[in-house]
Design a protein around this ligand. Structure first.
Ligand SMILES: Cc1cc2nc3c(=O)[nH]c(=O)nc-3n(C[C@H](O)[C@H](O)[C@H](O)COP(=O)(O)OP(=O)(O)OC[C@H]3O[C@@H](n4cnc5c(N)ncnc54)[C@H](O)[C@@H]3O)c2cc1C
Length: 381
């Protein structure tokens, strides 16, 4: 789980992208192209792609170490983290031809597959009620509908899309009749695909996308028609563990920053960190972070052993997101007024890390998973 050499190398790479760089991106709501290019060229975004397809073939814990380090160094992996894990659906369920066509190019970064079209404005978390529909017509599908919060759509060549192929009323189970597609957004843009950016409280390059008779070749269907929901679920544990690792990195950044400031800043003739009222929130956040970190490691261990890690992946994501928030809260409070000044980067990281209590899944839904699937309590919805 340590991956010390990887952490050291990522740290070195991140040193070229200091707070000033991220502040500039944040203010302009710009995409950090140079940072993403550097990570791509160093091969980090291909960590999970097997060597036979040109990737590094590393275990999930190594990918987690990469993203944790990115965040702990004050950078923001949200611009590209999905390039690491969306391809997992093609890897696990794609045809040999799809794997040959896409994976080597995703590994080099020639193709960016970092847009994931699942969430819709009306159905929200109730994924099986999504309305985007793909109708088969001969050798292609015709897609109509809308997605929201499709992050990085403007900075991706491909999108993994979840759409209905059989109306919900005609299926036996609501999880059936959904299918996954690889959408070539370069071809579709202006031909049935429209992308509109959504300005958010942090720099996340999220968008809403509209499909108006968009054509997708039938060969771009991933796996079997109607089983797409299962395929998406298969990839969620890896995604949750990687996001959790990012939150651990954020928490470490906040805790280090808060500790250093508490040591340096003198008020009433002594370091503010001498006051237990200042120490305790930082110490508590540290304890929360360490506990969450253990859960991330346990989730990765089970994932790598091929065991079901649904419980650990979900809990890791919730605990880590809460730990990073507690650390952010302690950090901003420790800095007093300076916590609000842009040049300290704290308010930026504070805004960025808040997202992970909502996306890719909100805390309530994790608690509901644990209640129902781990504790055996009745299903509530
Ligand atoms: C910046 C950003 C980037 C994102 N990127 C992507 C992306 O790339 N691709 C993608 O597909 N999606 C993306 N999302 C969407 C994200 O996954 C959803 O916002 C999230 O899953 C919550 O869904 P919702 O916003 O529709 O909330 P809703 O489902 O409307 O829920 C609203 C609130 O009600 C609570 N709630 C709902 N139902 C229940 C229940 N049964 N019990 C208890 N509480 C409940 C939720 O926990 C939540 O707090 C992104 C979101 C954001 C904000």
């Amino acid at each position: 789980m340590d991956h010390v050499e990887i952490r050291e190398a990522v740290k070195k790479l991140c040193a070229a992208f200091p707070g000033e760089y991220w502040r500039r991106m944040d203010q302009a709501r710009a995409y950090p192209t140079e940072f993403v290019t550097a990570l791509t060229e160093a091969g980090y975004l291909a960590a999970l792609i097997p060597e036979e397809y040109g990737g590094a073939g590393l275990p999930l814990s190594a990918a987690a170490a990469i993203l944790e380090t990115v965040q702990a160094e004050g950078c923001n992996g949200a611009a590209c983290h999905a390039q690491m894990y969306i391809m997992g659906t093609i890897l696990r369920h794609g045809t040999p031809a799809q794997k040959e066509t896409y994976l080597p190019k995703i590994a080099t970064g020639e193709l960016r597959l970092q847009a994931f079209g699942v969430t819709e404005p009306t159905s929200g978390t109730d994924t099986t009620s999504l309305r985007t529909f793909a109708r088969r017509e001969g050798d292609h599908y015709v897609v109509n509908g809308q997605k929201v919060w499709t992050s990085r759509a403007e900075h991706s060549d491909l999108m993994l899309l979840l759409a209905r192929t059989t109306p919900k009323e005609e299926t036996q189970k609501r999880t059936e009749g959904l299918s996954t597609f690889i959408v070539d957004m370069r071809a579709a843009l202006g031909n049935g695909l429209t992308i509109r950016p959504i300005r958010t409280m942090m720099n996340h390059n999220s968008t809403e996308v509209f499909f108006d008779n968009m054509i997708v070749p039938a060969e771009n269907l991933v796996g079997v028609e109607g089983r797409g929901f299962r395929y998406i679920l298969d990839g969620m544990n890896a995604e949750r563990l990687l996001i959790a690792a990012e939150c651990i990195g954020d928490a470490k950044w906040f805790i280090e920053k808060a500790t250093n400031y508490a040591l340096d800043r003198k008020v009433f003739g002594r370091p503010i960190g001498q006051n237990q009222g200042v120490q305790f929130p930082i110490a508590k956040a540290y304890a929360q972070m360490r506990a969450a970190e253990l859960m991330v490691h346990e989730g990765c261990r089970k994932f790598e052993a091929g065991e079901n890690c649904g419980e650990e992946a979900n809990m890791a994501k919730m605990l880590a997101a809460e730990a990073s928030w507690a650390a952010g809260e302690a950090c901003i409070q420790t800095h007093g007024g300076f916590g609000f000044a842009e040049e300290y980067d704290i308010e930026r990281k504070f805004r960025e890390t808040r997202l992970y209590q909502v996306a890719p899944i909100s805390t309530n839904l994790i608690l509901s998973y644990v209640a129902e699937h781990v504790l055996g309590l009745p299903r509530s919805y």
